[in-house]
Design a protein around this ligand. Structure first.
Ligand SMILES: *Cc1c(COP(=O)(O)O)cnc(C)c1O
Length: 360
């Protein structure tokens, strides 16, 4: 029996993915050269579909990496000369901070307790900071930053670059991309694809910064440096052999999302999210980890489970429903429920009804 994965990534495959994988094999996608005309067409189609889905303005480009984790390194190497500023509210935003620090940057840390979030409007960022990093959706805790707060932060810091981790919230979060500089995600979260592909969106200001660091002799010209990624992206290619299958699948799934309509996807996400938080608020053994409603993630629900998670997760597993465990220090104490575009309303109703009917 195939389980339904409500895990926050990898998660359930997008409901059309299996068909696209079969087509890919039938059409030799897994064997073609990444310098062939066939590949170049796939690359271009995927990028164009994504630009359309996300409504990317002119001057914003898309590059591919192996993961979002890789993009943290590339941002630190290519977009920060000396000073960066990091809003940390959980494990993923913390990892970006650590990456910048390991690569020798003066990475200023602004950290809040897990389960809470930053009041961005109160924060004054030092002048010398070149890049601000934040996780719009912190997958480890289920805390989400409102887009309006992020835009306000940028409007007060227009001389700095703003880098957004939207790994587990795109394409659900609705951004005006002209109000941010760089944003990245991985395909195994909301896009419902196998892991192993990072997507990096960047603007002209990012390229300028990279060129400036290069001129100053503090730029690492590695295979996936931003300037190398961009040089190949202009030819609809990548610097090395990429995850061709995933680039192909991403284009197909984005087409399917365009056909369904992002408005529809966002409405369903809001409905399913209400089901999740209703459950958390009304079940005597569950408590939502994020208390403040405006900071609750739409795509990841995190709850503390009184008495521990083992019994609940086991009983759900026996019924073919796999929820995520708490992240790191919260393992055994919390569950995380992914609410991604592939999860249907019926599946979420089934999960909530099942939890309500269980004795744990
Ligand atoms: C999953 C995740 C990452 C890391 O993605 P990889 O593809 O494993 O590199 C980074 N940030 C957030 C918020 C995530 O959820």
């Amino acid at each position: 029996m195939n389980k339904i994965f409500f895990t926050p990534g990898p998660s359930a495959l997008y409901f059309t993915a299996e068909q696209h994988i079969k087509e890919a094999i039938k059409n030799d996608i897994l064997s073609i050269s990444h310098r062939s005309k066939q590949y170049i067409k796939i690359h271009e189609e995927t990028v164009n579909a994504l630009k359309q889905l996300l409504n990317l303005p002119d001057g914003y480009q898309i590059g591919f990496t192996s993961s979002a984790t890789e993009i943290w390194e590339r941002i630190a190497e290519n977009l920060i000369g000396e000073n960066s500023y990091h809003f940390v509210n959980g494990s993923f935003s913390e990892k970006f901070h650590q990456t910048a620090q390991s690569l020798g940057k003066n990475a200023i840390l602004n950290e809040v307790e897990p389960g809470t979030n930053h009041d961005l409007s109160k924060v004054v960022i030092p002048d010398e900071v070149e890049l601000i990093g934040l996780a719009q959706n912190e997958t480890s805790t289920g805390a989400m930053l409102p887009v309006a707060d992020i835009e306000e932060l940028r409007s007060r810091n227009l001389d700095k670059l703003l880098a957004i981790d939207s790994v587990s919230s795109l394409p659900v979060t609705n951004y005006d991309f002209s109000k941010l500089d760089t944003l990245y995600f991985s395909v195994q979260k909301c896009f419902g694809l196998p892991a192993g592909l990072g997507v990096w969106i960047y603007n002209e200001r990012c390229l300028e910064k990279a060129r400036q660091l290069q001129a100053n002799g503090v730029y690492h010209d590695t295979y996936n440096s931003l300037l190398s990624i961009d040089k190949f992206a202009q030819k609809h290619q990548t610097s090395c052999t990429p995850n061709v299958l995933n680039i192909y699948l991403l284009g197909k799934v984005v087409q399917d999302m365009l056909t369904k309509g992002l408005d529809q996807i966002r409405q369903e996400t809001a409905y399913k999210s209400a089901l999740i938080y209703n459950l958390f608020e009304n079940h005597e053994k569950l408590t939502p980890f994020v208390k403040e409603k405006k900071f609750r993630s739409l795509t990841i629900g995190v709850a503390e489970v009184a008495g521990g998670t083992d019994k609940l997760m086991e009983a759900l597993g026996a019924k073919g429903l796999q929820v995520g465990s708490g992240y790191s220090q919260f393992k055994g104490k919390q569950i995380r429920i992914a609410n991604f575009p592939t999860h249907s309303k019926e599946q979420m109703e089934l999960l909530v009804d099942t939890i309500n009917g269980l004795d744990f």
